[in-house]
Design a protein around this ligand. Structure first.
Ligand code: HSE
Length: 319
């Protein structure tokens, strides 16, 4: 009998805990769709003693206790940020493990280094959860290799959509941001959301997949959401519009231009109707017309769904 596919979690915050819970509460479903049992070997967290709702997974403070464990086949990195996440992903490849991650900053910034490390190790680097959480837009971008993209636009950040929609109801910027943090949408440092880094990383990843070459996140022009005022929001509403923090990539004949910033959309549009973690990705192409993807783009469970989808894909390929 095939032994279970061993999974280790690096990071046990909102997303890591949701992955641990889901692995605990749907064992049969995961085994059926993966074609073999999945086993959560352990998780690594800075403070193993901290009380958390993570389904009783064994917790260590030492990531190498998991990286060096021969029972671990797949390392799920959900620490976020550059270090130690980068070194740990590279260490995982060096030890012959597959890597699944939700870390958009690391994937967007170290695109070449991580893909090269995976290639040399003959292991997979999968990051469906890094963009649009539960919406399979990374898979979609990979599947659309034959089309020429024209414009990609939409909402790639739940925190800023939440802030815009709460300001429509009269809430102040800081109060709305605090609510988004309490709901678990915002990044550890929410300036990544409101100053546009988070959607810039996601746009960089989608453009890189659609173009088949790295589009660095520094190439995305960003303007902050912090300048948004209640007056601006009310004026837009009076015109039948809504203010949203839009991510746009324009795939011109010569060069692709990408930007993230405040824009007005029709209040009745999908973007204008989005009120919280809902992400919207619209892709205009030559062969495939316009494709629209909508769904939960932030939150522990939605992100866990994408991470486990990647783990299942690795299991199906006979890892
Ligand atoms: N901070 C992100 C957001 C989380 O608000 O969309 C999901 O990537």
């Amino acid at each position: 009998m095939t032994r279970p596919l061993g999974v280790a979690l690096l990071g046990l915050g909102t997303v890591g805990s949701a992955v641990a819970r889901a692995m605990g509460d749907r064992e049969k479903r995961l085994a059926a769709t993966a074609g073999r049992a999945l086993r959560l070997v352990g998780a690594c967290a800075r403070d193993p003693g901290k009380p958390r709702d993570a389904g009783g997974v064994p917790v260590t403070a030492d990531p190498f206790a998991l990286l060096d464990d021969p029972e671990v086949d797949v390392v799920v990195e959900v620490i976020g940020g550059m270090e130690p996440a980068r070194d740990l992903q590279l260490a995982a490849f060096e030890r012959g493990k597959h890597v699944v991650t939700a870390n958009k900053e690391l994937v967007a910034r170290e695109w070449r280094q991580l893909h090269e490390a995976a290639r040399l190790a003959k292991r997979e680097l999968r990051f469906e959860a890094a963009v649009g959480a539960a919406i399979p837009v990374v898979a979609a971008a990979r599947a659309l290799g034959a089309v020429r993209p024209r414009v990609l636009s939409g909402l790639l950040n739940g925190t800023t959509t939440y802030i815009c929609s709460r300001m429509e109801e009269g809430a102040a910027f800081d109060a709305a941001l605090a609510e988004a943090q309490a709901k678990g949408y915002a990044e550890a440092d929410p300036s990544a959301d409101v100053d546009g880094w988070d959607p810039a990383y996601k746009l960089s990843i989608l453009v890189s997949l659609l173009e088949g070459r790295w589009f660095p996140p520094d190439g995305v022009r960003r303007s902050s959401l912090r300048s948004l005022t209640l007056e601006q929001v009310a004026e837009a509403a009076a015109r039948g519009s809504a203010v949203r923090y839009l991510a746009v990539a324009d795939f011109g004949e010569r060069a692709t231009k990408a930007r993230v910033g405040i824009e007005e959309v029709r209040a009745s549009s999908l973007e204008g109707q989005a009120t919280g973690p809902t992400n919207v990705v619209r892709l205009e192409t030559d062969l495939a017309g316009t494709l629209t993807f909508v769904g939960p783009g932030a939150g522990g469970n939605a992100t866990a769904a994408a991470i486990l989808g990647d783990v299942i894909a690795i299991a199906q390929r006979g890892a």
